[in-house]
Design a binder for this molecule. Structure first.
Ligand code: ATP
Length: 418
């Protein structure tokens, strides 16, 4: 409200032509709570207005000189002010050529009619400016493009369309659907950079209905246009209806049924940062070895040896996506308990007991840890007994008659608590 009031004052006093645009106007008309992100269009110098606003309200300004836009961060909210502009796409999927324009130009460059309305901040009872029938489409609950070439100009709008459709409970209109088909048939999605696609995925991944959005995009063929392997919604179906998930959950669900080569291909296509590429890789690695940790009696140490070194986000996502409740439970227990287990004895204890320094210490600690995970040792005394047995065994390889295959007394034990 402080931002809104300040800009209204300036609009009335200084005659600034400034308008609230896009999402906030749409949401206000729908009587939805308006997000803390406000978008304004100014016929004039947006960075200068942003600087004045930041000074008055105590915010931080970031200026994007190339586009004549500025962002002000104020008290947990974000205000974007853009100088009204006109955009022309020289070829499908390219970045637009930008020049100064009128309010009408600025509304005409937008994606859908419901996002192409403006509310002037001057005047006593301002009315919504709606050149593209946004109010009617809000009433019809329809996501409608502004012109037939919209998806071809910018194929990322296909993902934007499913995002608004699923977020608002609308339908992508028939005309827009057939325009989308034309864009897909024309192969225009291939012209869009990985970074731009990834940004739209990121916007989807933080939505409550992200799984439904991605499933819809698969149904429409829009994801296959980004990468041909993105056709399977099995993992996503498991996430539908859930809220509060992490972006990595959706990323993992998208790739879980793919081959490693396709996973790598998607990471490259979307130019994923290293941590996301790791989620992709480790989700598929885990899927690949899932059979080793499924079934009724699996040693806890075995579960840990499969999971150690894998990305915790990929493990958490796999737990949500897995079709096998036993595997899901083991993944959760690994994250919550098992990966935190360590022996009571430490390296110094082992040295003082006669284990030679160097790599043997690590080997014995690992063997102790496995024994603890599997319930073969339950306290420090039992660990000491095990260490003495390892020393007397005289063999340092855990696989060579090690305790993983038998108990401290040499007899096989009950499996660990898995
Ligand atoms: P909301 O629409 O609720 O603000 P959002 O914050 O996720 O959702 P953004 O992606 O930030 O939306 O876009 C803000 C506005 O910018 C949109 O309402 C739309 O008018 C315009 N816009 C953003 N991306 C595009 C695009 N690719 N093509 C055309 N217009 C776009």
């Amino acid at each position: 409200m402080a931002v809104f009031n300040s800009l209204r004052r300036r609009a009335s006093r200084e005659g600034l032509a400034v308008y609230l645009v896009g999402g906030p106007v749409r949401d206000a008309v729908l009587d939805f709570p308006v997000a803390n992100d406000l978008d304004f269009v100014l016929i004039g110098d947006a960075p200068a207005l942003a600087a004045d606003l930041a000074e008055e309200l105590g915010g931080e300004v970031t200026v994007h000189t190339r586009f004549g836009t500025a962002t002000v961060q104020i008290e947990g909210g974000r205000v974007d002010i853009v100088t009204a502009r006109k955009e022309v796409y020289p070829f499908p999927g390219s970045l637009p050529q930008v020049s100064a324009g009128t309010l009408e130009d600025d509304l005409a460059r937008r994606d859908f009619s419901i996002n192409s309305m403006a509310l002037p901040l001057s005047g006593d009872s301002p009315e919504v400016i709606d050149p593209h029938g946004g109010l009617q489409d809000l009433e019809r609950r329809s996501v409608t493009t502004l012109h037939p070439g919209s998806f071809t100009d910018d194929p990322t709008r296909m993902l934007r369309a499913v995002r608004y459709e699923q977020r608002l409970g609308f339908q992508i209109g028939e005309t827009a659907l057939s325009e989308m088909k034309q864009t897909l048939a024309g192969g225009h999605a291939g012209a869009v950079s990985g970074d731009r696609w990834r940004q739209e995925f990121q916007k989807i991944f933080v939505e409550d209905r992200a799984a439904e959005m991605l499933l819809r995009a698969i149904e429409l063929g829009a994801l296959a246009a980004v990468h041909p392997a993105l056709t399977d919604g099995q993992g996503l179906t498991k996430l539908a209806g859930e809220t509060g998930l992490a972006p990595s959950d959706y990323l993992a669900a998208l790739v879980v049924s793919l081959s490693a080569a396709d996973g790598d291909g998607i990471s490259r296509r979307l130019n994923l940062p290293a941590d996301w590429a790791r989620v992709v890789r480790d989700t598929m690695a885990l899927k690949e070895s899932e059979s080793e940790i499924s079934g009724p009696s699996v040693m806890t140490s075995k579960v840990c040896s499969v999971l150690d070194g894998l990305d915790p986000d990929a493990i958490a996502a796999s737990a949500r996506i897995s079709q096998d409740p036993l595997v899901a439970e083991r993944l959760h227990r690994y994250l919550d308990e098992w990966r935190l287990v360590s022996p009571d004895l430490n390296g110094d204890d082992l040295l003082s007991m006669g284990v030679p320094p160097g790599s043997k210490i690590g080997e014995v600690l690992r063997e102790l840890n496995s024994a603890k995970l599997d319930g073969l040792v339950g306290n420090e005394d039992e660990e000491r007994a095990l260490v003495h047995q390892i020393i007397s065994r005289g063999s340092w390889s855990p696989g060579d008659g090690g305790l993983l295959n038998g108990g401290t007394d040499g007899r096989p034990r009950e499996p660990g608590n898995t």
